[in-house]
Ligand binder design. Structure first.
Ligand code: NAD
Length: 343
């Protein structure tokens, strides 16, 4: 068994460097055996190397096949294409797993334990878009094309069934819109039932729900769900909704898994409204680091990190502002580090 793990580190934009410093402090306290190769992407990549995804960053991940990444800024409307989407394509990161678990009891929804799997490289996220000009309006018509393939559906669905079974989950729910987008999301639904019948029936249950009804049901009674799997855009939206059930984006980690690499990150973005103020909640990135520790089979360190976060929030009552507390990123991190060292 390997004892050290080379890994690429991208601090990211906005609050990225603040929450990455916090996460590295926690990983240091755990003596996590990662040998970091520090690289840049997003806006920081544009500033440092004139490229939102510099070749050196891609080369680094090609070598390490493992990365911890802060949020990367993407301009809305025009500007460069999302570096996150390009990373998922470059390393065929077809599965995005986003666990959503209550860590602070007593909120609006208690005892949430949901797993959301999002197809990560296909669908309406492929960015096949164009405008058709009419008369003097260059943007008179906008057209987007979504692409879902049988093989793409099989990749994410196999990963979902296998992971859910390994984690002892009981039911997978496919979320779709096959009543309207009969081909684009119908292929996903159809493949799920075929695959389940052939390989997984008897090991885990399967049902399905239309995406709009799913949103309503998640808000009224989220406990009826166990594991959700869906196409790219729906997964993006549903996982933010799920994060809202457990205290917001500051609590939601994500793992991007593919044949060629695995990249761990927070679900949230660069939070430009609070960047540089030292207010950001670093828990989502810390929980992403815990997923990364699990990925390299250091389950004991992953569990210690999660326990330290839970103890800091609940026993020490130290919380950042988004969770109703008074701590800033630095004081919260100091509390986590001291919990790890005393645990
Ligand atoms: P956002 O997730 O950055 O912020 C949404 C809201 O949540 C803001 O009010 C923000 O202050 C708050 N928030 C987010 N993370 C927080 C944290 N850790 N602690 C406390 N509060 C937090 O979404 P946005 O403002 O729509 O996007 C900003 C930028 O991030 C955009 O350029 C977008 O493209 C990018 N983005 C990147 C990723 C990624 O790298 N994976 C994901 C989503 C958005």
């Amino acid at each position: 068994m390997r004892t050290r793990f080379p890994a690429t580190l991208i601090a990211g934009d906005g609050i990225g460097p603040e929450i990455m410093d916090a996460t590295l402090a926690a990983l240091d306290a755990l003596q996590a055996p990662f040998d970091w190769d520090v690289q840049v992407a997003g806006l920081a990549g544009v500033h440092a190397a004139g490229d939102p995804l510099p070749p050196a960053t891609l080369d680094s991940i090609r070598r390490t096949r493992l990365a911890l990444k802060g949020p990367l800024e993407t301009p809305s409307g025009g500007g460069y294409r999302s570096s996150n989407v390009r990373l998922r394509e470059a390393f065929k990161l077809y599965a995005n797993m986003r666990p959503t678990k209550t860590m602070v009891p007593g909120g609006r929804f208690d005892g949430i334990d949901l797993l959301v799997f999002r197809e990560n490289v296909e669908g309406l996220y492929m960015g096949y878009e164009h405008y058709i000009p009419i008369n003097d309006d260059p943007h008179a018509v906008a057209i987007a094309t979504g692409v879902n393939t049988r093989q793409g559906a099989l990749n994410i669905l196999n990963y979902t069934f296998q992971t859910a079974i390994a984690l002892g989950r009981k039911k997978v729910t496919v979320v779709h819109k096959a009543n309207i987008m009969k081909a684009l999301t119908g292929i996903f639904l159809e493949t799920a039932y075929q695959l389940h019948g052939e390989k997984y029936a008897g090991q885990i249950d399967l049902d399905n729900v239309i995406v709009d009804a799913c949103c309503m049901k998640l808000v009224i009674n989220p406990w009826q769900f166990d594991t959700l799997v869906t196409t790219n855009l729906f997964g993006d939206i549903l996982s933010d909704l799920a994060a809202g059930l457990v205290g917001g984006l500051g609590m939601a980690p994500g793992a991007n898994i593919g044949h060629d690499a695995a990249i761990f990150e927070a679900v949230h973005g660069s939070a430009p409204d609070i960047a540089g103020k030292g207010l950001a909640n670093p828990i989502a990135l810390m929980l992403a680091a815990a997923l990364m520790l699990d990925h390299v089979k250091l389950h004991d360190k992953a569990a210690r990190l999660r326990q330290a976060i839970a103890a800091t929030l609940n026993a020490d009552n130290v919380r950042t502002g988004d969770l109703g507390g008074k701590a800033n990123t630095k004081t919260f991190t100091a509390a986590i580090v001291s919990r790890i060292k005393s645990g």
